[in-house]
Design a protein around this ligand. Structure first.
Ligand SMILES: Nc1nc(=O)c2c([nH]1)NC[C@@H]1CN(c3ccc(C(=O)N[C@@H](CCC(=O)O)C(=O)O)cc3)C=[N+]21
Length: 294
């Protein structure tokens, strides 16, 4: 009989998420009358289904009230903004999440700016994003924060660590680069105009990939022993015609070279959700400190 050994190169995101949620539960156990987390979807957006379902599950495990709200795809910008403003003033609402993408006629950035910074549990308000530049990272974009959390999970000391961030999106690449700098890492950011991504990534102690291209990062693009954080969520059709979610990394091949690697699913996704819940706890503390709630 052959026995399979656990692969210690794989970083188990579900385990990290469990730990974060348990810490949140310790906090909520001490509170009474916690406001609820409101998660908004505008129109039918299949991309957000898994995310919202896992938000509900995470909130439950952390002992936070949760409400999913579905707005009609035809809601106007004005109506949407008005409801958000009412939510800002509603003491029974702890935090607000607006799922991306939204229908084309909705200006999602403007809506996210309308969420009060103290209720911005996704860290998407320009004020929250701007605070990251000042190394004030309490309410950071969840996926960016998740990548920092997973790098810490390797045990590597972030001070002076060479990190290459591939991708420079507003919600992942740019904030992640800022947060990694705040931790003392030397950060290189690559993007679609970078001449040779491999030239940069092969030098790195840690490679973080968020480009949205299935199998983008191959084994020849990393230094042996490097840590690889895979942020991609790409839907592909496998040989049998079934839908499958894969990351931006050729996981199997890269695992043979990497020192650590995050799988998809089971890597960044669950930690993203756990950070969202942790942000809600931070928001609660800040709302209490600001005298909004007692
Ligand atoms: N404003 C906004 N912020 C987002 O962060 C955002 C968004 N809109 N729209 C949709 C995408 C998608 N997304 C996911 C997060 C976690 C999982 C996740 O938990 N994935 C599990 C899947 C496990 C399962 O299948 O149940 C995993 O990777 O293991 C998936 C998808 C966040 N997004």
């Amino acid at each position: 009989m052959t026995q399979t050994l656990p692969d210690h190169r794989l970083i188990d995101g579900r385990n990290v998420a469990r730990r974060i949620l348990a810490e949140c539960k310790d906090y909520t156990d001490e509170q009474n009358n916690l406001g609820r987390l409101v998660s908004i979807c505008i129109g039918d957006v299949p991309e957000t289904e898994v995310y919202v379902r896992n938000q509900a599950r995470g909130a439950e495990r952390a002992g936070l009230p949760f409400e999913q709200v579905n707005w009609d795809a035809n809601i106007t910008q004005d109506e949407a903004k008005q409801i958000i403003q009412q939510m800002n003033d509603d003491a029974s609402i702890l935090g607000v999440i607006i799922q991306r993408p939204a229908p084309a006629h909705i200006n999602i950035r403007s809506l996210q700016s309308a969420v009060h910074p103290l209720k911005d549990v996704e860290g998407m308000n320009p004020a929250s994003i701007g605070n990251i530049v000042y190394s004030d990272v309490a309410l950071a974009p969840c996926t960016a924060a998740a990548s920092v959390e997973l790098i810490k999970e390797t045990g590597l000391n972030l001070e002076g660590l060479e990190v290459v961030m591939i991708g420079h999106s507003e919600i992942v690449g740019k904030p992640a680069a800022m947060m990694l700098m705040a931790e003392g890492a030397t950060v290189t950011v690559c993007h679609h105009l970078t001449r040779s991504v491999a030239m940069h990534s092969r030098r790195a102690d840690v490679v973080v990939v968020a480009v949205g291209i299935a199998g983008f990062l191959g084994p020849d693009m990393i230094k042996p022993g490097a840590a690889v954080i895979d942020i991609g969520i790409n839907q592909i059709t496998d040989e049998d015609g079934n839908f499958k979610i894969v990351g931006d990394v050729q996981t199997q091949a890269v695992t043979e070279v990497a020192g650590w690697i995050t799988p998809v699913p089971g890597g960044v996704g669950p930690v993203t959700v756990a950070i969202l819940i942790r942000n809600a706890i931070v928001a609660h503390k800040r709302q209490v400190a600001a005298g909004w709630i007692s």
